[in-house]
Ligand binder design. Structure first.
Ligand code: ADP
Length: 161
């Protein structure tokens, strides 16, 4: 049983994330999409909301689980018996940081490899920050986030604002 973890903020999940989830889910027996509790970032959506968006988005993918974690990814991966971490790469600017993290994680947990999946061209520009900017300013997020969660994102963003 090969388990992989796809970690991120997912604040909120975008079509770019979903593309990586779909592609990674066929490469591994079990894929855990793990929402990170990140003290350094001030999220727009709570961990529970982000997990709910992810659950709704991945309900058709039977080997995908939604979870959250605090602390070191290398430790969490060991707990889950995972052999790989999945990361998406959009541009060269993502690379340096991800390269550093991959090497640090391997040192902390030698059984853990990082698998990088290149973004699909149509999602190259897409990030959760772009989605939040559009939603906060009243624009349409259609084509940026999965259809099933679009209304919820708009409603919750307006409530915030
Ligand atoms: P972001 O706010 O940049 O979307 P996340 O922490 O939620 O950040 O991203 C989680 C993972 O998904 C990271 O590995 C990131 O590189 C990847 N990712 C985010 N957006 C895309 C995209 N459009 N295409 C491919 N990978 C992506």
């Amino acid at each position: 049983m090969r388990t992989a973890i796809y970690p991120g903020s997912f604040d909120p999940v975008t079509l770019g994330h979903l593309d990586i989830i779909r592609r990674a889910s066929v490469m591994f027996d079990r894929l855990i999409v793990a929402v990170m509790h990140n003290q350094n970032k001030q999220p727009m959506f709570s961990v529970e909301e982000r997990m709910e968006f992810l659950r709704c988005t991945t309900s058709q993918l039977p080997n995908v689980e939604i979870a959250s974690f605090d602390g070191l990814l290398a430790d969490y991966a060991r707990q889950q018996g995972a052999c790989a971490v999945v990361k998406g790469l959009r541009a060269v600017s993502d690379f340096e940081y991800e390269f550093q993290m991959a090497l640090a994680n391997r040192k902390l947990n030698p059984e853990l490899d990082t698998v990088f999946l290149m973004t699909s061209a149509e999602y190259m520009y897409l990030s959760s920050s772009v989605v939040k900017d559009i939603a906060v300013h009243g624009g349409s997020v259609a084509g940026f986030v999965p259809d099933g969660i679009m209304q919820d994102i708009v409603r919750r963003t307006r409530k915030e604002g």
